[in-house]
Design a protein around this ligand. Structure first.
Ligand code: EPZ
Length: 420
């Protein structure tokens, strides 16, 4: 297995190009199941999760090409509607094929995603919503069996919790349903907004995009004609690279970003004393004269993203004082704490609240990645630590960060991908 070796305590400098957003690309790829035409999607990140979902579509009978961060996907020859365990277990976002397959074919079987390191992550809200739209749902041998032989019909869906992929699944199901669907308590992430916009451009009547109430008028199983799609920038990758600049007290510039998607994160950098220059497509971060401790509570967009929690915990290790981080979305998203302690971190956990005592002199260590964003926090700590760090099990990292060692290396980090 690959691991990353980092020689820390190096200043970074220069520019880094941010890739397309994995969490925008995944629902857009799933949405091609609704298409009558071949769909071209550009600015895709070359990361494992994208390859996994393309492989899933191929297993269902679709054809695709993927070159230079662009995929061309044709689902006209889709023959199977069974998303098998061997693929779904490697990526829970595979659940995003449930809504479109059911809407187009009237039946499908999708392996239950199972839990993951950061929590149970049930899909009960997805299933209840599809039942309201006329589906019969049963669970058998670890599979969701969904039937809607007469097709899906519109419904008034009220989500008990804001769910990103739940909103996306229902948006795609509603696009081909008969009649009008209203989603109340919808997710407002930029990735959800792009899905709405591409469905709208493909001919679906949608109102309330980016609001917590979205209204969709379905085409009654008439397939969609998609325009070419260009994936929005990855706001979490961008936040992670800003943390790389911050934790090494460097000035670096991010290109191909949308600062508006990162407002809650940029405010936190400023509160910690970092300087920021932004324009429409770039962000430059500058060192802080004193790194001020921070208080963070994760919440749904536009609040502080849970996917940036681990990275800011690593950064807060350097702050001159005590920082508090409350994780509200997932019940077990502190797996990085025990690994950060190996660098010398002083972190206390009580329920879903972490108290980080800074500043900490960080020393390089052997550490193990546990989930995608936790592993990026370990790389960040390694960049700041004195000496050598080895981050193991970086397949977690490769799921969501394109060529991280190349991008960090180009900024001056001493980072190498080695094989165990
Ligand atoms: C999406 O996951 C993202 N993944 C996650 O990013 C992100 O952390 C999460 O949203 C929150 O922002 C993708 O977009 C592919 P949720 P998702 O449904 O949709 C509970 C990454 O790092 N819930 O919004 O699975 C759930 O347990 C990943 O790229 C139910 O109870 O998250 C959680 O506590 C990690 N029942 C909360 O809602 C349901 O049916 C939010 O989950 C669905 C969700």
């Amino acid at each position: 297995m690959d691991y990353l070796r980092i020689i820390g305590n190096q200043r970074l400098k220069g520019e880094v190009a941010i890739s397309g957003a994995k969490n925008a690309a995944l629902p857009l790829i799933a949405a091609t199941i609704l298409a009558k035409n071949e769909v071209k999607i550009s600015n895709l990140p070359a990361v494992q999760d994208i390859k996994t979902l393309l492989k899933l579509l191929e297993n269902l009978g679709a054809s695709h090409s993927f070159r230079d961060n662009t995929a061309t996907i044709d689902t006209s020859s889709l023959a199977s509607t069974i998303a098998t365990y061997d693929i779904v277990r490697t990526m829970r976002a595979s659940i995003l094929v449930l809504g479109p397959l059911l809407a187009r074919f009237g039946h499908c079987e999708v392996s239950l995603p199972g839990g993951c390191a950061i929590g149970q992550r049930p899909i009960d809200l997805h299933l209840k919503a599809l039942e309201q739209m006329g589906a019969t749902i049963s669970i058998k041998s670890g599979y969701v069996i969904a039937e809607a032989p007469q097709g899906l019909h519109g419904a008034r869906i009220i989500f008990d919790k804001v769910t990103v992929t739940g909103t996306e699944n229902i948006l795609m199901a509603a696009a081909l349903a008969k009649g009008e669907t209203t989603i109340i308590n919808a997710a407002k992430e930029p990735e959800v907004i792009q899905l709405c916009e591409e469905l709208q451009k493909a001919g679906v009547e949608i109102e309330g995009i980016g609001q917590n109430e979205i209204r969709i008028v379905g085409t009654d199983r008439e397939p969609l004609q998609f325009l070419d799609i260009h994936v929005i920038p990855d706001r979490i990758e961008a936040g992670t690279y800003l943390c790389a600049g911050a934790i090494t007290q460097s000035s670096i510039t991010l290109q191909n970003v949308n600062p508006h998607h990162l407002e809650a994160v940029l405010v936190k950098f400023q509160q910690m004393g970092y300087g920021l220059d932004t324009d429409e497509t770039s962000i430059t971060i500058h060192p802080a004269s004193t790194i001020t401790p921070i208080s963070i509570t994760t919440s749904e967009y536009p609040g502080f993203p849970t996917d940036m929690q681990a990275q800011f915990m690593a950064l807060s290790l350097l702050a001159e004082g005590t920082s508090i981080i409350e994780e509200r979305l997932f019940e077990n998203r502190f797996m990085h704490v025990s690994e950060l302690r190996r660098f010398g971190a002083d972190i206390k956990l009580k329920g879903n609240i972490a108290t980080i005592i800074g500043p900490t002199k960080l020393y390089g260590a052997d550490v193990m990645a546990t989930d995608l964003r936790a592993s990026s926090a370990l790389v960040l700590a390694g960049l700041a630590a004195q000496g050598q760090t080895n981050v193991h099990r970086i397949y977690h990292l490769d799921r969501g960060y394109e060529a991280i060692e190349k991008k960090l290396g180009a900024l001056g980090a001493k980072i190498f991908r080695l094989r165990e």
